[in-house]
Every structure is written in structure tokens, then in C-alpha cells.
Design a protein around this ligand. Structure first.
Ligand code: PLP
Length: 429
């Protein structure tokens, strides 16, 4: 059935799946997913897979968490969409998010992280009267035109490069891409053009070149430069929010940001993102200087499910739980590497970890990440899939755990990685 559905998918969906990243899973063998529960999912033909992809990290409690399912079903029978005023669950969810994030005055809900980033840029430009957004290579901030630059292509090789056709050339002049973790490059750009910069945006822990935390000095210097030149500082915490820290990463880095973007982990798989703003930015939205809209923004099903998920996350101290599970899982991968005598660097931060085959140390930026054995990684992921483990085939992505991952899943990961590595590297050497 999977083969025939895949063929049908190819005939009506470009590449047979939504977007380029989901499509990559078919490159191993067609993947048609039928259901998922806890740490596992099942294909339409009944193959069981232990999931270390967890929907790009969005699922933090486990698939179809019963409390979230209950909240969504109750909400569906009460109110699906109102499009007028506000809903009770929306108020409670916004209050909870605001109470968690340091310096937050309130929240603007969107459906996706990409939209929340677009709104953040609009607000920063309205607040400062300036146009340029500074972003860092290897940092992903959604698929929209305004920051889809140099996520996979380093500037040293490709120059400033849009990652999709169809982005208006004029947009390039509104975005400056700098190397991640490079204080000198940031300083020298800000000295020269800081008076034109509306905002500096970063993933405090980058997740599109593995799991690469920003250095503390780098983040603090970004904050200092933003303040000096009247620019706003934006943390894109779509992945790190909840998965790494329930309160976001401002306290860890010792900085105060103007806006935080949350998504994924705040709703355990439901479509919602939140632009969390400080007092000044809140006022711009309140006064209507900056406009936000969207028929499905603050969708009651997402609000109800998200509220249930986030309440549960707080009750469980989920960030600490995920940290512990990911530490164990990443150690299992490290053990498998040494037992198979294969070189690789494992990097874990919160509930995610990455593996760069062929590297001795985890990378600090995109150029270093690209020196890993990307082909070997693809082969590893293909082996894992055949033995019942699902991981993104993209070597610049990462493994994710959820609260539902236990010793069975971690042992399965260890054995599968070890036998895959032995198989790949003994044969090819
Ligand atoms: C750090 C980061 N920001 C923004 C986004 C975009 O969010 P969405 O896919 O919900 O549009 C993503 C998605 O992976 C992300 O990882």
C-alpha cells in the first residue's frame, strides 16, 4: 500500500511530500505515515519506527499525548473557530507564556514560526525606523523571503545567497548575513552599518548545522551592540523554547531580548507559534502601528491543545526531563561510535543532539559542520530506518527526544547505530 500511495503522492504533491525536508525521507524508501503514539510511529504498511525526529522537534511530550488529545477533542465539541473577539483558552495560554518568558509583556499568536519571525521583523522596523536585519549563517528562521539566506551555504563560499528561487533581489539589501559565533565579524559590521540595523536575530542554539550553541560572549556582545546602535535583539527559540528551557535562554546567556519567537515545543505538535514581546513592542501592536492578522491565528484547537501541553510541561519540569533523556540518548550514540571505532562528534544541548561523523570536536559554525562526513551520515540514517529508527536524513539536522522516550528506545538506538556504523565503515574501508 505504501508504494502505491507514494506513487499517487508523487502525481499530486511536488516530490511526494510537503516541502523539501520531508521529501528527503522518501530518498531512503517511500515513507507514508499512518499513526504515532508516544515515541513511536507506524507506516501505512505497519512498520513500527522508534522516532528520534519527533516532527522536527515539535513533539516534546510524546505523540498524541492523552492530555493534549483530550483538551483538543473537548474544544472541538465546544468551539472550533470564532473569528471574533478572543477565546478563554487564548487568554489563559497567553498569560502562561507571558509568565514564563523573562521581560515579556505579552504575546502575538501566529500559526507558524515563519509568520512570527516576519511579524518580529515588521515590529523591529516599525520600532526603529530602520530596515536591515542581521542574521547568522546556518541559522534558520522560517521559509519566508526575509531571512532565507545562507542556511546551508556558507558566505565564504557562496556569498550572500538566498536559499530559494523567487526571492526578490531587493530583499537582499535588507538582510545582512554574518558568520555565527564570530564576535569580530559582528563588531566590524555594526561599527560600519549599525545605524541602519533594525534588529539582530539569532538562534541561541543553532539547529540547522547540528546542535551548535552560541558562545556566551558572542550573545552578550550582540546585546551590547544592539543597545549601542538602537537595534532590537530577537531570540528565535522555536526549537529551544521548552525543548531546551521552559523560560527560554535569556537567563542562561545573561541577556535581555526585546522579542522571543516560540513555536514547536509550546504546543506538542499543534500549529501555533508565539511572538513574545517586551513593553515597547507590545505598545506598537496595541496602538495598531504594527498590524497582525490571520483567520487561523489563535485557533481555538491550537490554543486549547497548546495550553494543556504547556501546563503539563511546566508541571513535569519538562526541560529538565528532556535534558536528562537526551543526555542518555546522546551518550548511547557516543558509546556506539567508540564501540564501532568510528570517529564522530556528538553535541547535545537540552532535548536535542547531533552527530557529525568524521569530526573530532563538535562544530562551532556552518563551515566546520560542512566538513563532516555528510555521505556517511546519510548512509547511517538509511541503515537506521531499515532497522526501525527514524531520524532526519539531513546531516545538518539533529535527533530529538520526548518525555515518552525511555530505556527501550535508547537501547534500540545504541544497537542500531553500532551495527549500522560497523556495516558502513567496515565495508567501505
Ligand atoms: C529556529 C526556527 N525558527 C523558525 C522556524 C519556522 O517555523 P515554522 O516551520 O513553524 O514556520 C523553524 C522551523 O523549523 C525553526 O527551526
Amino acid at each position: 500500500m505504501e508504494q502505491s500511495l507514494f506513487k499517487r503522492a508523487l502525481s499530486v504533491l511536488p516530490g511526494g511530500a510537503q516541502g523539501t525536508l520531508r521529501r528527503e525521507f522518501h530518498s531512503i524508501s517511500p515513507l507514508v505515515v499512518s499513526r504515532a503514539r508516544g515515541p513511536r510511529l507506524w507506516t501505512i504498511d505497519g512498520q513500527e519506527l522508534v522516532d528520534f525526529h519527533m516532527a522536527f522537534g515539535a513533539v516534546v511530550l510524546g505523540h498524541s499525548d492523552p492530555d493534549v488529545v483530550k483538551a483538543v477533542s473537548e474544544q472541538a465539541s465546544r468551539l472550533i473557530l470564532h473569528g471574533a473577539g478572543v477565546s478563554d483558552v487564548e487568554v489563559e495560554y497567553a498569560e502562561l507564556i507571558t509568565s514564563l518568558i523573562p521581560g515579556a509583556r505579552g504575546v502575538v499568536f501566529t500559526v507558524t514560526g515563519s509568520e512570527a519571525v516576519m511579524l518580529a521583523f515588521r515590529a523591529a522596523r516599525a520600532a526603529t525606523g530602520k530596515n536591515i536585519i542581521v542574521k547568522f549563517e546556518g541559522n534558520y528562521h522560517g521559509w519566508h523571503d526575509y531571512s532565507l539566506y545562507n542556511v546551508r551555504n556558507p558566505i565564504s563560499k557562496a556569498g550572500k545567497k538566498a536559499e530559494s528561487g523567487g526571492i526578490p533581489s531587493q530583499v537582499a539589501s535588507t538582510v545582512e548575513v554574518l558568520p555565527y559565533n564570530d564576535i569580530e565579524a559582528l563588531r566590524s559590521f555594526m561599527y560600519e552599518r549599525g545605524d541602519k540595523v533594525a534588529a539582530i536575530i539569532m538562534e541561541p542554539v543553532a539547529h540547522s548545522m547540528g546542535v551548535v550553541p552560541a558562545r556566551k560572549e558572542f550573545v552578550r556582545e550582540a546585546e551590547r551592540l544592539a543597545r549601542t546602535y538602537g537595534a532590537l535583539l530577537i531570540f528565535d527559540e522555536v526549537i529551544t523554547g521548552v525543548r531546551v528551557s521552559l523560560r527560554g535562554l535569556q537567563e542562561y546567556y545573561g541577556v535581555r531580548v526585546d522579542m522571543t519567537i516560540l513555536g514547536k515545543g509550546i504546543a506538542n505538535g499543534l500549529p501555533v507559534a508565539a511572538l513574545v514581546v517586551n513593553e515597547d513592542v507590545f505598545n506598537l501592536f496595541e496602538e495598531g502601528v504594527v498590524v497582525a492578522s490571520g483567520t487561523y491565528a489563535s485557533h481555538p484547537l491550537s490554543m486549547a491543545g497548546g495550553l494543556a501541553a504547556l501546563r503539563k510541561a511546566v508541571k513535569l519540569d519538562l526541560d529538565k526531563v528532556l535534558w536528562r533523556i537526551a543526555t542518555e540518548a546522546s551518550k548511547a550514540v557516543g558509546d556506539a561510535l567508540s564501540d564501532a571505532r568510528v570517529t564522530g562528534a556528538v553535541s547535545q544541548f537540552g532535548g536535542s543532539f547531533s552527530l557529525h561523523l568524521g569530526l573530532k570536536e563538535p562544530p562551532r559554525n556552518l563551515e566546520e559542520a560542512l566538513k563532516a562526513d555528510l555521505e556517511g551520515y546519510r548512509k547511517l540514517v538509511a541503515h537506521l530506518r531499515r532497522t526501525g529508527i527514524l531520524v532526519s536524513p539531513n546531516p545538518l539536522k539533529r535527533f530529538h527526544v520526548s518525555a515518552s522516550h525511555g530505556s527501550d528506545e535508547i537501547e534500540a538506538l545504541y544497537s542500531a547505530v553500532k551495527s549500522a556504523l560497523k556495516n558502513i565503515f567496515t565495508r567501505s574501508s
